[in-house]
Design a binder for this molecule. Structure first.
Ligand SMILES: Nc1nc2c(ncn2[C@@H]2O[C@H](COP(=O)(O)OP(=O)(O)OP(=O)(O)O)[C@@H](O)[C@H]2O)c(=O)[nH]1
Ligand SMILES: [Mg+2]
Length: 231
């Protein structure tokens, strides 16, 4: 069970009350974040996945593809280290690292603080790389326009059905590391079926951050979402 986020939900009425208060406070902060992004025409995307599925690698390549055309800022969530924020800055975008310590997810207040530091430009894209965890980040609205779930082909085809809350909360699923498919038994079609079983509206893009295959579809998806938030 989660040590500190209160997202488990089955340990008696006191725990349920704490959990309710926590999620209510988070919902207020998330609504304020969403209003901030909407006023400025900013697209905020919350990238969620298990550890190591390739969130930062996808962001590094996305930043390179957008260089000079789309302003990008990144909020990096990890329990410890500034490794990912340093990678993002080397890739050419501004980044703020949030260390959650024993915490297993970002919450909306952490994002509000990080956004205040970043002061993202109107019309920009703000990527929020959540802590690698397929459970708790599903419960926390950060004020994003959409959650993007990333699953790599090395993780197995049944992840969506095993972690349904995450894949239900997501609008898009990026199937990453497709360059490794020749070495694996994974069938991306079965992975899609697993995702659709828990979320019939889920969209999918197969890509890999190694060679960039599939990135044009991902960049098109972001472009579509940017036009949507711009009204
Ligand atoms: N072959 C291959 N390796 C990849 C791909 N994407 C990422 N990797 C590798 O996977 C490992 C983890 O990548 P990261 O981008 O750090 O993953 P992450 O999801 O940001 O990890 P955390 O932030 O620790 O949860 C690294 O060794 C990457 O080089 C890919 O498309 N193909
Ligand atoms: Mg990372």
């Amino acid at each position: 069970m989660c040590g500190d986020c209160g997202c488990s939900g089955e340990n008696g009425s006191r725990r349920l009350a704490v959990e309710r208060d926590l999620l209510a406070a988070n919902a207020g902060a998330a609504a304020a974040n969403r209003a901030f992004f909407a006023e400025r025409g900013i697209l905020a995307l919350n990238l969620v996945s298990s550890p190591g599925s390739g969130k930062t690698s996808i962001l590094e390549r996305t930043i390179a593809e957008f260089a000079g055309t789309v302003p990008v800022a990144v909020i990096e969530g990890d329990q410890q280290t500034a490794n990912d924020a340093e990678r993002i800055e080397r890739a050419g975008a501004r980044a703020v690292q949030v260390n959650t310590g024993s915490g297993c997810h970002l919450d909306a207040r952490m994002v509000a603080d990080a956004v205040a530091g970043l002061d993202p430009a109107p019309g920009s894209v703000v990527f929020i790389e959540n802590v690698g965890n397929l459970v708790c980040p599903a419960m926390f609205d950060l004020g994003e326009a959409a959650k993007v779930a990333i699953v790599s082909v090395t993780e197995g085809e049944d992840k969506p059905e095993k972690y349904p809350y995450m894949f239900r909360a997501a609008s898009l699923c990026l199937i990453n590391k497709t360059d490794l498919l020749p070495h694996l038994d994974c069938d991306p079609a079965r992975l899609r079926q697993s995702g659709l079983a828990v979320n019939p509206g889920l969209e999918f893009i197969e890509l890999n951050a190694k060679t960039g295959q599939g990135f044009s579809s991902w960049l098109d998806w972001i472009g579509r979402e940017r036009r949507r938030v711009a009204g």
